[in-house]
Design a protein around this ligand. Sequence first.
Ligand code: NAP
Length: 247
Amino acid sequence: MDYNNKTVLITGASRGIGAQTAIQFASLGYNVIINYNKSEKQAISVFNKIKSFDGRAIIYKADVSKREEVNNMFRFAYDVFDRIDILVNNAGIAQQKLFTDITESEWDLMFDINVKGMYNCCQLALPDMIHYKQGKIINISSIWGISGASCEVHYSAAKAAVIGFTKALAKEVGPSGITVNCIAPGVIDTDMNGNLDSNTISALLDETPLEKLGQPEDIANVIMFLASDKADFITGQIISPNGGFVI
Ligand code: NAP
């Protein structure tokens, strides 16, 4: 195993893209903080998988939209690992609904988790990163944040906010040696798309030049690259692994 003593905190690492990313980082020797909110069993199974190859990880339950819970998570993480070198803001929710039917509480929840969660985590990670003049932040947006999706106006707007946030923060903290980048995945085979029927999936495949859905590792691989020193000169960028769906 390549030894690497850097620490990465991944929000929403109990399932899907976040879980795969946690396993890949741990397999390269990173210390991993597996954040989850509701899926405790799945978070434990990610943790056990990492332990099975002697990786280093902790799990922590925190709703990223709740500042106090995020505060406690960072306090715990700093106690265990001293530093957080890489923050992956991956936790997210999606919902398909006609715009005119979206309730105020659904709108707020979409922004609380997908946008405020990222704001909470970045504010808690940055003072230390600025102190050490080093750090990498990777925010997960979506192709819909670039191109917009019908019946997902609140999701598309929240994911577009992730892009604006990334660009602005990259400018602000670049002089402190910190990179901030964004990944805007295409359609990835995770629980998030579990409710799509076969007709919708085949319509999406028809529109994808590579004629396949992405897998969580397709996104984890890009996250790992942006977190590595190979990406030291990249900041403020939006990278969209999407099989050619949006070009
Ligand atoms: P997923 O399989 O549904 O997993 C979502 C993860 O987010 C879970 O681990 C969940 O944890 C966590 N989460 C949700 N609300 C949370 C909260 N309040 N606090 C902490 N964690 C929370 O989704 P995925 O496909 O892996 O998506 C990961 C990211 O990629 C999301 O930001 C999503 O918008 C984005 N994305 C996905 C696709 C796609 O096609 N799948 C495409 C573009 C972008 P618990 O279950 O423990 O609550």
